[in-house]
Design a protein around this ligand. Structure first.
Ligand SMILES: NC(=O)c1ccc[n+]([C@@H]2O[C@H](COP(=O)([O-])OP(=O)(O)OC[C@H]3O[C@@H](n4cnc5c(N)ncnc54)[C@H](OP(=O)(O)O)[C@@H]3O)[C@@H](O)[C@H]2O)c1
Length: 261
């Protein structure tokens, strides 16, 4: 299927590794011009962002200056993928609601919500000129009770933000969609110094042993974690004109972990 993304201009946030990097590669493979934003160029050879039509933009998107720098560099865009987000170490260490202080709540909301609010606000005029698409990457933490609670709460707000954008700007041609991943085989899950490594240590298990139990414990119907490339393919499809009448909806990429309809 031709996704008709050739020569489209795309911004991806949190783009140097994990799901974001897979999204960059998916759009680049379709012939799009991609602005890939992260604080660093990535740890892989060539920064992991080596394709000719990929422009790495180094910016801390939790700061207004970083957002301004990205917006100035990218100009008018057709597609914005707000992928930036994650769980703070302080949230993991907190041990539950009572251990999460104001600073940690604010940090979690900066990373998972406010950065996306600012990037979207900065790029929206150009997105409207191009009748563009916003895809926000949320989490199954938005859909059910979740630990750490600050992360699930911030992602729930992000999912709501997407719906609101779809409604407010749909009449002007903007589409906005949420992609909601479950456990995805990124460094956070497979590196022993990632947050899952920390969970494994807390449970007194080797990381491999811990990971082998994850699908059953998290109720992942397919019995395995999702690959970043699988989620990236969904993002590219939703951003494509071939899905041009889809908006406001939330698409799970979780191997069946969420059981509600
Ligand atoms: N992995 C999962 O299992 C999973 C599950 C559900 C939802 N998600 C969501 O999916 C998205 C991607 O997750 P992931 O696991 O692929 O992430 P990841 O591997 O931790 O990568 C995060 C990306 O964000 C960049 N980044 C971090 N802080 C930044 C900042 N202040 N400014 C700009 N860039 C920044 C990182 O690069 P630098 O360090 O170079 O800045 C990196 O490119 C997140 O929104 C996450 O919440 C992931």
């Amino acid at each position: 299927m031709d996704l008709q993304l050739k020569d489209k201009t795309v911004v991806v946030t949190g783009a140097s590794k994990g799901i974001g990097l897979a999204v960059v590669r998916a759009f680049a493979a379709e012939g799009a011009r991609v602005f890939a934003a992260a604080r660093t160029a990535g740890a892989e050879p060539g920064g992991g962002l080596g394709a000719p039509d990929v422009v790495a933009v180094q910016a801390d998107l939790t700061t207004p200056e970083g957002v301004r720098a990205l917006a100035e560099r990218a100009g008018d865009v057709d597609v914005l993928v707000n992928n930036l987000g994650g769980v703070l170490d302080a949230s993991m260490r907190a041990g539950g609601f009572l251990g999460i202080d104001d600073e940690t709540w604010l940090g979690t909301f900066q990373l998972n919500l406010f950065a996306t609010v600012r990037v979207t606000r900065a790029l929206l005029p150009g997105l409207l000129r191009r009748r563009g698409v916003v895809v926000n990457v949320s989490s199954i933490g938005a859909r059910a009770a979740f630990k750490p609670i600050d992360y699930g709460t911030a992602k729930a707000a992000l999912t709501n933000l997407t719906k609101g954008l779809a409604e407010e700007f749909g009449g002007q041609g903007l589409r906005a969609l949420t992609v909601t991943p479950g456990p995805t085989r990124t460094r956070n899950w497979i590196d022993s110094d990632g947050y899952v490594g920390e969970l494994a240590r807390a449970a007194g298990l080797e990381l491999d042993e811990f990971l082998a139990r994850v699908p059953e414990q998290m109720g992942i119907t397919t019995g395995r974690l999702t690959e970043p490339e699988e989620t990236a393919a969904l993002v590219a499809f939703l951003a494509s004109p071939v899905s041009g009448n889809l908006t406001g909806a939330d698409y799970l990429a979780d191997g069946g972990a969420i059981k509600t309809v």
